[in-house]
Design a protein around this ligand. Structure first.
Ligand SMILES: [Zn+2]
Ligand SMILES: [Zn+2]
Length: 337
C-alpha cells in the first residue's frame, strides 16, 4: 500500500510509492568517469586567476600575491551574477499591482580546490574542513550587511544539479528579501514551537536517534539521516545535535567536525550511488533573526537521481520511489570497492 507521509518541520506531504518502489541499487547504474576538460580552458583552475574577477578572499600560501597561484581555496564574485551589490533595496509602492525592486545582492563562487578533477567526497579531510571554514567566513560577513535578509549557500554538482562547470565549486547568494519558500518553513517551525514549547528539529533529532533506522552517521555533535518524509530518493539532512538557529554561530572547532560529517556523508552517496549529481543547501534562519528558539539550521543534500513532473508541479507533493528506511540502510552500508 502506498503511504502519504508528512514532514513535521515543513508540513509538506510526500507519497512513498511502495507499489512503484525501486531497490536502491537501481539508482546506481554504471556512470561515465568524471570527464576532465582541457585544463587551460577552465577559469577556476590554478594559473587562470586573470580570467576571473579579482578574488574576494583566498586561503593561500604565505607570501603569494592575490590573484596569482598559491591558493587552496579561492572566493570570487560570480562573473554572471543573479544579483549585484549596487542599487536601491526599496520595494515599489505597496498599492502597485506588480511589485518590483532593484536586483540588489551578492553572488559569489567558492572555488573548492586549485585542481580541476577533484570532488568533495574524495578530497583530503583537511581540505573539506577548510571549505566549510570559508563558508563560515563568507556567511558571517554577508549576514552582517544590513541590506541582506538572507544568505543562501549551496552547491550544484553535475549537469542534472544545474551546473556545467565541473571544477569543484559552491556558491553563495545574499538577497534583500526573505522568499516565501523560506518564510513558510520558518512559520511552520514557529507554529510547532508555539504549540509544543520545543524546537521541531530538536524533537526530530531525538526521534531519529531513538528509532535508528534512518540514521546514516552520528558523531558527537552532528547527525545525518534520511528524513521520515524524504521528498526524493536518498535525500539526506545533516544537523547539529545541540539547538542552534543560525549557521553564523558555529565555532571553528565545530566546523571541522561538520567537515568530517559532510565528507563521510558525501562519500557514502558517491560510493553507494556511483557518483551521482547532487545539490546541497545550508538552511539557516534569516540574518536578522539570528538567535531564535524555533528554527534549527541544517544542510539538505539531494542526490539528483530522479526528476520531478507535472503532479509535483501542480500539487507540491513529491513522489519518492525509495522507502526512506531502505535509502538510509543503503547509504550506511558503504561498498568496499
Ligand atoms: Zn578547472
Ligand atoms: Zn532545535
Amino acid at each position: 500500500m502506498p503511504e502519504l507521509r508528512q514532514n513535521p518541520a515543513t508540513k509538506e506531504w510526500v507519497i512513498i510509492a511502495t507499489e512503484r518502489a525501486k531497490r536502491p541499487e537501481e539508482f546506481a547504474p554504471p556512470r561515465p568517469e568524471l570527464k576532465v576538460e582541457a585544463l587551460n580552458h577552465c577559469p577556476f583552475c590554478e594559473g587562470s586567476e586573470a580570467e576571473t574577477p579579482p578574488e574576494i578572499l583566498a586561503y593561500r600560501t604565505y607570501g603569494t600575491k592575490p590573484n596569482t597561484p598559491g591558493w587552496w581555496i579561492r572566493i570570487i564574485p560570480n562573473k554572471f551574477p543573479a544579483l549585484v551589490p549596487q542599487g536601491n533595496i526599496r520595494r515599489s509602492k505597496q498599492e502597485e499591482f506588480f511589485r518590483y525592486m532593484d536586483g540588489v545582492g551578492e553572488h559569489e563562487v567558492i572555488i573548492e580546490s586549485p585542481r580541476h578533477n577533484e570532488t568533495l567526497a574524495l578530497m583530503e579531510q583537511k581540505q573539506v574542513e577548510e571549505i566549510f571554514l570559508a563558508y563560515r567566513e563568507r556567511f558571517i560577513t554577508l549576514s552582517q550587511d544590513p541590506r541582506f535578509e538572507m544568505v543562501m549557500l549551496f552547491k550544484n554538482h553535475g549537469i542534472s544539479a544545474g551546473t556545467s562547470v565541473l571544477h569543484p565549486h559552491s556558491q553563495v547568494i545574499a538577497t534583500p528579501i526573505t522568499p516565501m519558500h523560506v518564510r513558510h518553513r520558518l512559520e511552520e517551525a514557529m507554529r510547532y514551537f508555539d504549540d509544543n514549547g520545543e524546537c521541531v528539529f530538536c524533537a526530530m533529532i531525538q526521534k531519529e536517534l531513538a528509532f535508528k533506522e534512518r540514521i546514516i552517521f552520528d558523531t558527537d555533535n552532528f547527525v545525518a539521516f534520511v528524513p521520515f518524509a524524504a521528498s526524493s530518493p536518498f535525500e539526506t539532512w545533516v544537523l547539529p545535535k545541540k539547538h542552534d538557529s543560525s549557521f553564523q554561530s558555529i565555532t571553528p572547532e565545530r566546523v571541522k567536525e561538520l567537515g568530517f560529517m559532510m565528507k563521510m556523508t558525501l562519500l557514502s552517496i558517491h560510493k553507494s550511488l556511483k557518483g551521482p549529481d547532487y545539490n546541497y543547501v545550508i538552511r539557516t534562519s534569516p540574518s536578522h533573526e539570528k538567535d531564535v528558539e524555533y528554527y534549527h539550521w541544517h544542510i539538505q543534500i539531494v542526490p539528483r537521481v530522479s526528476s520531478v513532473a507535472g503532479f509535483e508541479l501542480g500539487s507540491g507533493i513529491f513522489i519518492n520511489t525509495v522507502i526512506p528506511e531502505d535509502a538510509a540502510h543503503f547509504l550506511r552500508t558503504l561498498p568496499t570497492a
